[in-house]
Design a protein around this ligand. Structure first.
Ligand code: SAH
Ligand code: SF4
Length: 342
């Protein structure tokens, strides 16, 4: 197994069978090597992004997600521009220099409305980066939002296999559209983030290898990988959650494939295991996205069950996070933390 890890660190690619062996591996050397690669590239720095959950309305019906249109039980909300700017003010005072605006595919958030919000944030906080994550939009829409100051966009491909994509989404949604959006975002100049869940229903190790190969070809700045966690009001309510070890192995493999990748230790990882995010960092992750949403919004932005929802004070949470990272020999930093080509 060690030989495979060393080969990946050196060549940044493996054969399909080799990838599958590493994904299934129980050898901690994989994580040690990934951690070393993170340290070589970023020192002991862990980047923070402040997550603002702008809306939980969604026109889509992804089978895995608690925000899906057909979930009549969801308490829907939208934040106003003023609410969002308040979240940014709190985050900025605490040192956050990236704001991630995320939401369902909510037709209320037209280009005009998002342009106004982005301009508002950039005027108040010109030293900050803005990341958007509002699902699929047209090339024109992505361009407009980029022109007024959006820097980055997160859109997970979810899977790189058409049949598997059709198991996770209703027939109106297509993997090709998702992939086209990612190409468009890159072409426009965004720092692009893609990604996928581990253990989504029907996923095999071969699917994960397909995702790794897709990521190799797309060459994104960020990759979001976290375990699938069932939501009780979705068609996948009775499915198993994604495995911790497989998630950590995938993070470690991604770190070795692309040492400069921005790789979050996700909230979902912290949800399936108390110290999941620390484990993610120890397996090569270098980004954490604390939640800056107002408490009411946070409670209702439920992609999956049992989402960790730390107390009201972001400040307190941040202090604890700094201490937890410090215990791992890491330092939480407050710069924009842009992607750097190597
Ligand atoms: N609507 C946007 C952003 C919100 S969803 C979009 O779909 O891109 C953000 C991510 O949450 C999705 O990409 C998906 O990978 C993840 N997610 C949704 N439901 C989940 C679940 N049940 N378990 C784990 N992650 C989930
Ligand atoms: Fe909507 Fe995103 Fe959830 Fe799909 S994953 S239902 S697009 S919020």
């Amino acid at each position: 197994m060690r030989k495979l890890v060393d080969k990946l660190a050196l060549e940044k690619i493996l054969t399909r069978e080799e990838f599958k062996m590493l994904l299934a591996s129980g050898d901690d050397y994989l994580h040690e090597r990934a951690r070393a690669a993170r340290e070589e590239t970023f020192g002991n720095k862990i980047y923070l992004r402040g997550l603002i959950e702008v809306t939980n309305h969604c026109q889509n019906d992804c089978y895995y997600c608690g925000l899906r249109l057909s979930n009549a039980g969801a308490q829907r909300y939208r934040l106003t521009k003023e609410h969002i700017l308040d979240c940014c003010a709190e985050g900025h005072a605490l040192g956050f220099r990236t704001f991630v605006l995320q939401g369902g595919e909510d037709p209320y958030f037209t280009d005009e409305i998002l342009v106004d919000i982005i301009r508002g944030i950039k005027t108040e906080y010109p030293d900050c980066a803005i990341t958007l994550s509002f699902g699929e939009r047209s090339y024109e829409s992505f361009s407009r939002l980029y022109e007024v100051g959006a820097d980055r966009y997160l859109l997970r491909q979810e899977t790189s296999d058409d049949e598997h994509y059709a198991m996770l989404h209703p027939s109106g949604m297509a993997l090709s559209t998702r992939q086209q959006c990612l190409q468009d975002l890159k072409k426009i100049g965004y720092q692009v983030g893609c990604g996928f869940m581990i253990g989504s229903p029907g996923q095999t190790l071969d699917h994960i290898v397909d995702d790794l190969l897709f990521i190799k070809a797309l060459d994104p700045a960020m990759v979001g990988v976290g375990p699938f966690i069932p939501h009780s009001s979705t068609p996948f309510a009775g499915e198993k959650q994604g495995e911790l070890r497989l998630t950590l192995n995938t993070l470690a493999i991604l770190r070795l494939m692309k040492p400069n990748l921005l790789l979050p230790a996700t909230t979902a990882l912290g949800t399936i295991e108390n110290t999941g995010r620390e484990m993610g960092v120890m397996a090569g992750a270098n980004v954490i996205m604390p939640n800056l949403s107002p408490t009411d919004a946070r409670k209702n932005y439920l992609l999956y069950d049992n989402k960790i929802c730390p107390g009201e004070s972001v400040q307190l949470y941040l202090e604890q996070l700094k201490e937890r990272m410090c215990n791992l020999g890491c330092e939480v930093v407050v710069s924009r933390g842009d992607y750097v080509e190597i």
